[in-house]
Ligand binder design. Structure first.
Ligand SMILES: Cc1cc2nc3c(=O)[nH]c(=O)nc-3n(C[C@H](O)[C@H](O)[C@H](O)COP(=O)(O)OP(=O)(O)OC[C@H]3O[C@@H](n4cnc5c(N)ncnc54)[C@H](O)[C@@H]3O)c2cc1C
Length: 275
């Protein structure tokens, strides 16, 4: 789509962009959303994709994902063998309603910052207990829990001009067992609900992340595997106004699916660790 209010594109910003941010600016990542709808408030695009940010840096403490890492690169990444939950990286990429053109351009950071309920990078990051490094326009840096970043449909905690620089996924979360369930109305459709459960090997804990069905991610942490009624009560305690409504499902439908899949995940992860 032509963005005819945009009069300038900064192709090579400084390595520490932000100092020159002004109203009417937008950070341009893959542009798959920015170019897909009218943007009457925008005057200038500042291209982050040109910055030399490493897309994927695996290490002893976990995985660092640069905000400009594309969905294609994340999908192609082969995690170390002891990162059992590493399979979720590809699973989340495959949860995109998108063509190969979107996959090649869309970025992890763009997906998170767009903050749609069906943002699969959000699901992934919250389920794997990631933290985000954010760069403010005054040069300061803060890190936040992925769970606290998205606050509603298309809403997040970013201040004007603030940048998501990287996502850090801890190794201890990547070593967990994981199970996921996702429902779409059509085969390649947008997620109606997307749930991920994780469990520490040899322990009886459960962490359950509920997304897409809710306007913001919801995560439950149990020190010991809950029984079915306890888990169901947790799902039922999600406030009524947090359930999302759009053509992919009513709040009631989404709550029903979440109850059902949460229980399936609980049962799957209750089974003994594989030898
Ligand atoms: C056909 C189609 C299907 C789609 N399917 C889905 C889907 O299933 N789920 C979904 O969630 N989205 C979907 N989208 C929307 C969008 O394409 C994706 O969310 C994509 O991941 C956005 O990434 P991007 O890099 O292209 O972001 P951009 O379009 O470049 O940017 C998106 C927003 O994030 C801001 N931004 C980007 N990077 C940063 C950063 N590092 N720091 C701060 N702000 C930043 C931008 O300023 C902009 O406001 C779809 C779009 C299309 C056209």
């Amino acid at each position: 789509m032509d963005l005819n209010t945009v009069t300038e594109v900064v192709r090579l910003p400084s390595e520490r962009p932000g100092a020159h941010w002004r109203e009417g600016d937008a950070w341009l990542a893959g542009g798959t959303w920015l170019y897909s709808v009218e943007q009457p408030d925008l005057r200038r695009l500042v291209d982050l994709a040109a910055l030399p940010w490493a897309p994927l840096v695996p290490g002893d403490t976990g995985l660092e994902i640069g905000a400009t890492c594309t969905i294609r690169d994340l999908h192609a990444f082969v995690p170390p063998g002891d990162w059992a939950a590493g399979t979720l990286l590809a699973t989340a990429c495959e949860a995109f309603l998108s063509s190969f053109k979107i996959w090649n351009a869309a970025t992890v950071g763009g997906n998170i910052c767009l903050s749609l309920p069906a943002g699969p990078m959000i699901t992934l990051a919250v389920a794997l207990e990631a933290r985000y490094e954010l760069w403010a326009t005054d040069g300061s840096v803060r890190t936040v829990d992925a769970l606290d970043f998205v606050t509603g449909d298309h809403r997040n905690i970013l201040a004007p001009g603030e940048i998501l620089r990287r996502v850090h996924v801890p190794a201890r979360a990547l070593r967990k067992r994981a199970a996921h369930r996702r429902f779409t109305l059509t085969r390649l459709g947008r997620s109606t609900v997307f749930l991920i459960g994780t469990r520490t090997p040899g322990m009886g804990d459960l962490m359950l992340t509920v997304t897409a069905g809710t306007t913001r991610p919801v995560r439950f942490a149990f020190d010991r595997m809950p029984d079915a009624p306890t888990l169901r009560r947790s799902v039922d305690a999600i406030p009524a106004d947090v359930w999302f409504a759009d053509p992919n499902g009513t709040p009631g439908h989404r709550r029903h699916l979440t109850r059902h899949f949460a229980e399936e995940i609980r049962r799957e992860l209750t089974a003994e660790d594989p030898a």
